[in-house]
Design a binder for this molecule. Structure first.
Ligand code: PXP
Length: 255
């Protein structure tokens, strides 16, 4: 979907729909089209119908929520953009080059964490990340790097010629009711300005919800927000289409 000036796009992360499914059907084979609920691909299609601008899914090495068949069905069925979050491993790089999502977002991954914690250290693994950016660019896939709002990480994203970054908003979200809130927001504002001055497209995500999103919009130069947990959670109460519409309405309010 094309973006009008000042519009901030919404990518909905449907991983946690799969988390609920896996809580019951973990041992069930899911590659034969069996009717097991909830289906993250159905959720993705409903998100699109409600105005989502893209669908984000994270195929984890341990396959704890999204399964390969979910990714392939999503790729085949959605009409917006598919953003594949993935670790910087050979398995996932080969997978992405075969799948050809519209974009990949490189994230850190460790087996212990429940969801992604902390940004990818692209300074510490610049050679590897640079190779992945080059391979994706060559294949026509946009790369985004999920990084903390740290000046050195942002400089490196530009040096590695990643077209996009996704600023990790988790520290801000965790600090929302605490003393560090203003400081963490200021870091995101500064990081977004730095990234924009380096001609990076600036996305943001992690921990954004219906309460903090309005303040998140004070971060300049935002292109897209990737939001998962809060939308999937609200869907339990109001349904996924209403949950997406509510978030879209909040994103539309800018001044
Ligand atoms: N962006 C990235 C890179 C993520 O890893 C996640 C979490 O999977 C999100 C956005 C969405 O975070 P949340 O579920 O907290 O909205």
């Amino acid at each position: 979907m094309s973006k009008t000036q000042d519009e901030i796009l919404l990518g909905v992360n449907v991983d946690h729909c799969a988390t609920v499914r896996q809580a019951r059907y973990r041992a069930h084979r899911l590659d034969h089209g069996d009717e097991v609920e909830p289906d993250p691909v159905t959720f993705a299609l409903l998100c699109e119908q409600a105005g989502a601008d893209g669908i984000t899914i994270h195929l984890r090495e341990d396959r704890r929520h999204i399964q390969d068949s979910d990714v392939e069905r999503t790729r085949a069925l959605i009409r917006t953009r598919l953003n594949l979050e993935m670790a910087c491993t050979k398995e996932m790089i080969d997978y992405a080059l075969r799948l050809k999502p519209d974009s990949v977002c490189l994230v850190p991954e460790s087996r212990e964490e429940i969801t992604t914690e902390g940004g990818l250290d692209i300074v510490g693994q610049s050679a590897r990340v640079g190779e992945v950016v080059a391979a994706m660019t060559e294949a026509g896939i946009v790369t985004s790097l999920f990084i903390d709002p740290d000046p050195a990480q942002i400089d490196m994203a530009a040096e590695l010629k990643s077209p996009w970054i996704e600023l990790h908003t988790g520290a801000y979200a965790n600090a929302y009711y605490h003393i560090e809130r203003d400081k963490t927001l200021a870091e995101l504002v500064r990081a977004a300005k730095q990234a924009h001055s380096l001609e990076l497209v600036v996305n943001a995500g992690h921990g954004i919800n219906y309460t903090n999103v309005t303040e998140v919009l004070s971060i300049p130069h935002l292109h897209e927000l990737n939001i998962g947990h809060s939308i999937i959670s609200r869907a339990l109460t109001v349904g996924i289409k209403a949950a997406v519409r509510e978030m879209k309405a909040l994103l539309a309010v800018t001044d």
